[in-house]
Design a protein around this ligand. Structure first.
Ligand code: HEM
Length: 171
């Protein structure tokens, strides 16, 4: 009789499953795959594939916008840099601010698309020197200190800002 079989039985949600040894092995393998798959959060809590992006660690869109809002006026009003921004109305400055936010959002892994112009033609002709760049990076670095970012965020964010150097500084 079927019910008298000596085969060990598997149960699923309280119901007994009658499976051949081969099928039982396949079911067990599938369960283990789901539980141990590297990108799956069950086994390890948080894995490399679910590590938050820099964008997320900065506090998402609001975090990025609040950092740019902190440093942007300091750059545009700095005695050494202000002459480059002279003649730009409020609307132009607002547009520029928004484009910087979108660029940083995109580069840090956020959901934005940068729709502005590439860096070299935008800054070509402004005559930005290495000295101007150092002044700019000091404003960025001081802003990060004020925000008290954790070390990993600070290092990655600084590296991102540095990566714009060649498109900004006059050759
Ligand atoms: C010493 C450093 C910098 C100075 C003095 C500077 C200055 C300027 C000025 C004067 C403009 C307006 C140009 C125009 O409308 O004709 C501009 C535009 C812009 N800058 Fe910079 N900039 C600097 C660094 C950077 C960096 C590091 C970034 C990277 C995020 C950046 C992103 C932008 C963007 C997105 C625009 C607007 C682009 C567009 O209108 O399509 N700038 N910058």
């Amino acid at each position: 009789m079927v019910g008298d079989s000596k085969e060990p039985q598997m149960t699923l949600f309280g119901r007994s499953l009658r499976l051949s040894p081969r099928r039982r092995a396949a079911v067990l393998a599938a369960v283990l795959c789901v539980a141990l798959y590297p990108g799956h959060s069950v086994a390890q809590g948080q894995t490399s594939s679910s590590r938050p992006t820099l964008y997320q660690r900065l506090g998402g869109y609001d975090g990025v916008a609040s950092f740019v809002a902190l440093v942007f006026p300091r750059v545009a009003q700095h005695p050494e840099l202000a002459h480059m921004f002279r003649g730009h109305g409020k609307d132009s400055q607002q547009r520029q601010f928004q484009l910087v936010v979108e660029l940083i959002c995109q580069k840090t892994g956020g959901p934005c698309a940068y729709v502005g112009r590439p860096m070299p033609p935008v800054h070509d002709g402004l005559g930005i020197t290495e000295g101007n760049w150092s002044t700019f990076m000091k404003i960025i670095s001081d802003g990060m200190n004020e925000k008290q970012y954790p070390a990993d965020v600070r290092d990655e964010f600084l590296a991102l800002w540095r990566s714009f150097h060649d498109g900004v500084v006059q050759k």
